[in-house]
Design a binder for this molecule. Structure first.
Ligand code: NAP
Length: 295
């Protein structure tokens, strides 16, 4: 039987992910906080619901893709939330990046209403969401993942079982530590190149082809030299992820010196009112310190 899918949160990531489910032939019901997301998907064949509860009433598997822990709590447990449609067999897959501890709390509340929850945050950026090539990190029951794997395969290429509830979010925070520091390394190299009189495009070409290549140098660096700061991934969301990693580390008395530095530099970007820009804006903090512009 084809699973009926619900999708909540149709932003930069949710919209193309929902589109890929439609393309894969799943019947889809959507809800978004504001109209533009709903209109985009309704125009492409998705049905529309009036609240998260109604999405859950009409579907078998509900996916959430909203910003932060409080937002997932709201759509899952708040008034008109998914929990109000609780029944055995209903699954919620949260693909947002949120706190592992909050994830476990939501999962146990949903379980009381008969709902199974997977945490399944993603990596791959907006380009990976559009291409359906995301890396998906899954926490929760392995049996529920087995049931939902074909659904995740419509959105991603690498699906990794990470462990019990919250483990997917923990692995995603590891991913964000790597991504944040790769971004800093790339931005620092571009600023150095300009200061040293080398064309940054030459640096991008050479480094991309060697052992120090990264997603950041291949995807973000070309945007910086074009002075394109449109968001694929917003600074505010990156800051949320780094904050989550630092909070989890703090609970374990674990120093994360590199992550802290990236978080502080992004705070300077936010202080300039640029939290809605893409994460390549990290270079602007370094440009200020160095007194140069990468272009
Ligand atoms: P986004 O473009 O800002 O979209 C966020 C979506 O959540 C919008 O549809 C928004 O509704 C909705 N929303 C916000 N607050 C809500 C609330 N309280 N209740 C219900 N809906 C709410 O963000 P995004 O880039 O798609 O990111 C979504 C999640 O994916 C975040 O956890 C982010 O960290 C993660 N992520 C993003 C990327 C990336 O490259 N962008 C990559 C991997 C993971 P409106 O349309 O009404 O604003």
């Amino acid at each position: 039987m084809t699973e009926r899918i619900g999708f909540i949160g149709l932003g930069i990531m949710g919209r193309p992910m929902a589109r890929n489910l439609l393309k894969a032939g799943y019947p889809l019901t959507v809800w978004n906080r504001s109209r533009p997301g709903i209109d985009a998907l309704a125009g492409e064949g998705a049905a529309e619901a009036s609240c998260p509860r109604e999405v859950a009433e009409r579907t078998d598997v509900v996916i959430t893709m909203v910003p932060d822990s409080a937002d997932v709590e709201q759509v899952a447990l708040g008034a008109g939330g998914i929990i109000e449609a609780g029944r055995p067999g209903l699954v919620m897959i949260d693909m947002s990046t949120i706190s592992p501890a909050v994830t476990r709390r939501i999962a146990s509340r949903l379980a009381e209403a008969g709902i199974e929850m997977l945490d399944a945050p993603v990596s791959g950026g907006d380009t990976g969401a559009i291409a359906g090539t995301l890396s998906i990190m899954v926490g929760g029951s392995e049996a529920t993942l087995a049931r939902c794997r074909p659904i995740l395969e419509a959105m991603g290429r690498t699906i990794t079982y990470c462990g019990p509830s919250g483990a997917g979010q923990t692995v995603k925070l590891c991913n964000q530590i790597v991504g944040g520091l790769n971004n800093l390394a790339m931005c620092e190299a571009l600023v150095f190149a300009v200061k040293a009189g080398v064309n940054p495009r030459t640096v991008i070409e050479a480094v991309s082809g060697g052992a120090c290549t990264s997603w950041a140098i291949q995807n973000l660096a070309p945007k910086i030299v074009e002075r394109d700061f449109q968001p694929g991934f917003k600074v505010v969301h990156q800051q949320k992820d780094l904050r989550l990693a630092l909070e989890e580390a703090d609970k374990r008395s674990l120093p994360l010196p590199g992550t802290s530095l990236v978080h502080q530099l992004f705070a300077a970007v936010e202080a300039d009112g640029l939290g809605g820009e893409g994460i390549q804006s990290l270079v602007k903090a370094l440009e200020k310190l160095a007194g140069v512009r990468v272009e």
